[in-house]
Design a protein around this ligand. Structure first.
Ligand code: FES
Ligand SMILES: [Fe+2]
Length: 458
C-alpha cells in the first residue's frame, strides 16, 4: 500500500465535503485505515496518560498510539518516557501488564531486559550469545521522538518533526485550561481507564463529541424518560458550538440561562465552586466557565471529554442531589470499523474521598460501558461501518448528509464573541463535524500541521 492508493478516495471525500456530504466508504476501508495509522496517529500529538497515573519513579502504564502499544514510564530522574512496547530482539511485548511500578522490563521470550528509560541493560548469557554487551541505546526500546505535557495531560508524537504541542493545540490549550486548570492542585484520575470494544469507527466518536448536539433529543431521550436529565429536545437549540481549529471543538451549555443564575461552574455546589481559583484565566475564560462552560468536546484526533452535572439518585422530581462528572476518553482504533473506548473518570485533587467517589460513580452511571448515555451511542454508531461494507450501499455510492451547514437558520459565528476560536449560537449547523472531517482529510494528506485557526495564531 502506498499513499497513492488512497488518493482517488481522498479526492472523492474532498468533493463530497464541498457539498456538505461524506462518503460512507471512509468508515470501513483497509487502505484508508492503514493511512490513518501512518498519517494521523503517526504524526499528530496523541494523549497517552495523565501525570497522576505515574506520580512516582518507576510507575508505568501501558497505552496505545494508534494501533501501537507504548509504555509510559516515570524514570528514576522523574522524566516521562513513551517507549515502544516491542522487544528489539523479536518484537515480543516486553510489558504485559497495564500498570505497575518497575525499574526494568524483562522480555518474556528470551529475557532481554530494558530499564524504564528504554535502555537495554541486559541480555541472558551475554558472553556466550553476544561476546560483548550490545549498545544500550542502539538496542534500547524505540522512544516516541517527542513527548510533552499540558495541564497534566501527557501527549506524544511519533513524528520527529512537526508542530510543537503548543502549536498543535493552539486555541484548544485555552479550552483545556478551562477544564483542568481551575485549581492549583489540578485534577487526577479516579482510577485506570475502563475499556471496551465497539463495532464502530474511531472517527464517529470524535465527530459526535466535536459538535453533535442534534442527537441528544432523540437518541438520549431515554435519559429524559428515566429522569436523568431534563430538556433533551431543547438541547440543540440552547447549546453553543465552539471551533478552536484543527479538529479541536467543544459544545458548551449556557447553564445560567437555562437553569438560573445560581447554576454556575457546571453545577458544582457552592462549597466546591468557592475553592476554584480563576485568577489564571483570562476574562473570556472566566465568563465561559461561569456562564456557559464546555460540557463535551474533542481534541484531534481521538481525545474527547465530558463534564456535566449528573443526578446521584433520582426522586422523580428533578430535585435530587447532583455530582459533576469529568470524563476524558479516547477512541482507540483497532481496525477498519472497530475501536475500543478508553474511559477515565477525573476528579479534583482537593476533593474529599466522598466527593471524588460521587463524581466518579456519576460519570460511570452515564458514560461507563453500561452508562445510560453510552448504551444509546454505542448502538447508533455501529451503523456507519456496516453501511460502508454494504454491497448495495457501495452501488448507491452512499454519502452521509451534513447539509445543516448551509441550511440551518442561525449558522454564522457569533460576532460579539471575544474569546478564542469561533462561537456559534446553536447546536445546529454540523460545522464542527464537517470541519473535523476537513481537518482529518488535510492531516491524511499533509500530516500534523500547526493550528493556525481561530485567534491564537492567525
Ligand atoms: S523477543 Fe524479546 S528477548 Fe527475544
Ligand atoms: Fe450521545
Amino acid at each position: 500500500m502506498t499513499e497513492l492508493d488512497i488518493d482517488p478516495l481522498l479526492h472523492r471525500v474532498e468533493q463530497a465535503l464541498a457539498e456538505d456530504r461524506l462518503p460512507a466508504e471512509i468508515f470501513n476501508d483497509d487502505a484508508l485505515f492503514a493511512a490513518e495509522m501512518d498519517q494521523v496517529f503517526g504524526t499528530c500529538w496523541v494523549f497517552v496518560a495523565h501525570e497522576s497515573e505515574i506520580p512516582n519513579p518507576g510507575d508505568f502504564v501501558q497505552r496505545r498510539i494508534g494501533v501501537d502499544p507504548v509504555i509510559v514510564t516515570r524514570d528514576g530522574h522523574g522524566g516521562v518516557n513513551v517507549l515502544s512496547n516491542y522487544c528489539r530482539h523479536r518484537g515480543t511485548q516486553v510489558c504485559q501488564t497495564d500498570t505497575g511500578n518497575s525499574r526494568f522490563f524483562k522480555c518474556p521470550y528470551h529475557g532481554w531486559t530494558y530499564s524504564n528509560n528504554g535502555d537495554l541493560v541486559g541480555t541472558p548469557n551475554m558472553r556466550g550469545a553476544y561476546g560483548t554487551p550490545l549498545d544500550a541505546k542502539e538496542w534500547g526500546l524505540f522512544r516516541a521522538p517527542r513527548v510533552d505535557v499540558r495541564s497534566g495531560m501527557i501527549f506524544a508524537s511519533l513524528a520527529a518533526e512537526g508542530p510543537s504541542l503548543e502549536e498543535y493545540l493552539g486555541d484548544a490549550a485555552w479550552m483545556l485550561e478551562m477544564l483542568v486548570d481551575l485549581h492549583p492542585k489540578g485534577m487526577r484520575v479516579a482510577g485506570p481507564p475502563e475499556r471496551y470494544k465497539l463495532k464502530s469507527d474511531w472517527k464517529t466518536g470524535a465527530e459526535n463529541f466535536s459538535g453533535d448536539a442534534y442527537h441528544v433529543g432523540t437518541l438520549h431521550y431515554s435519559n429524559e424518560q428515566i429522569r436523568i436529565i431534563q430538556g433533551t429536545k431543547a438541547n440543540v437549540e440552547v447549546t453553543r458550538l465552539y471551533d478552536f481549529g484543527s479538529g479541536h471543538y467543544s459544545i458548551n451549555m449556557p447553564f445560567t440561562e437555562v437553569a438560573g443564575p445560581e447554576f454556575t461552574f457546571w453545577g458544582y455546589g457552592a462549597e466546591t465552586a468557592a475553592k476554584f481559583d480563576l485568577s489564571g484565566l483570562d476574562e473570556a475564560q472566566q465568563h465561559i466557565v461561569t456562564h456557559e462552560p464546555p460540557i463535551i468536546g474533542n481534541i484531534f484526533p481521538n481525545l474527547s471529554f465530558v463534564r456535566a452535572p449528573i443526578p446521584l439518585a433520582t426522586d422523580g422530581q428533578f430535585t435530587m442531589q447532583m455530582a459533576v462528572a469529568t470524563i476524558f476518553r479516547q477512541w482507540q482504533p483497532i481496525g477498519p470499523g472497530q475501536m475500543e473506548v478508553w474511559n477515565w473518570q477525573f476528579v479534583w485533587d482537593f476533593q474529599s474521598e466522598e466527593e471524588s467517589l460521587a463524581s466518579a460513580v456519576a460519570g460511570q452511571f452515564v458514560f461507563g460501558s453500561a452508562g445510560t448515555f453510552e448504551v444509546d451511542d454505542t448502538v447508533a454508531w455501529e451503523g456507519a461501518p456496516k453501511a460502508a461494507k454494504s454491497p448495495w450501499m457501495k452501488r448507491e455510492d452512499m454519502q452521509f448528509n451534513f447539509e445543516q451547514a448551509h441550511r440551518s437558520v442561525e449558522r454564522e459565528p457569533d460576532p460579539a464573541y471575544q474569546g478564542r476560536g469561533i462561537k456559534r449560537g446553536t447546536g445546529y449547523g454540523e460545522h464542527n463535524q464537517l470541519n473535523f472531517y476537513r481537518h482529518w482529510l488535510r492531516t491524511l494528506r499533509f500530516g500534523a500541521q500547526p493550528n493556525t485557526a481561530g485567534t491564537f495564531a492567525s
